[in-house]
Design a protein around this ligand. Structure first.
Ligand code: DQA
Length: 148
């Protein structure tokens, strides 16, 4: 069983070819490899999943509640409007688990519609704007909280 589920939302499987000026030239497999390496550094068992499907992401958040995992969540565009994902994310933090919202880019510095996150208010915290390193910073925060 994983200590941490890293969940990536819609269009993140297209990393590498999708707006590389915004999201970088490295692809999703490279992100998975980087996260696996950081998992070893922080001695966390980490599993990375990606889905374009809101209901699948919600199911994975329910799984985190049921199995007691912490979560790193990049909700992608669902960040800005999915109350269903928000409610599922709240279940994770209400269960006493850590949920870190992450973004590769800094949505606050982009188009107006990206300035709203409906997830942020139920997340433990948010890391945005550091590319792949946003995930490392999220894992660092989780490792620190688990070690407390
Ligand atoms: C994103 C930012 C979102 O606004 C966007 O819809 C994404 C990626 C990011 O990681 O920077 O798909 O979550």
């Amino acid at each position: 069983m994983a200590d941490v589920l890293v969940l990536n939302g819609p269009n993140l499987a297209r990393l590498g070819s999708r707006e590389p000026d915004v999201y970088g030239a490295a692809d999703h497999d490279a992100l998975v490899a980087a996260v696996a390496g950081w998992g070893r550094t922080y001695r966390l068992s980490v599993e990375v999943r990606q889905s374009d499907d809101e209901s699948e992401l919600i199911g994975w958040l329910h799984e985190a509640v049921d199995t007691g995992c912490d979560v790193v969540l990049n909700p992608a565009a669902f960040t800005h409007y999915s109350y269903a994902l928000r409610d599922a994310a709240r279940l994770v933090t209400a269960a006493g688990r850590t949920l870190v919202e992450v973004h590769l880019s800094n949505p606050a510095a982009r188009e107006e519609f990206r300035h709203t996150s409906v997830i942020a208010g139920v997340a433990t915290g948010t890391v945005a704007g550091f590319g792949f390193d946003s995930y490392r910073l999220a894992l660092d925060a989780i490792a620190g909280r688990r070690g407390e």
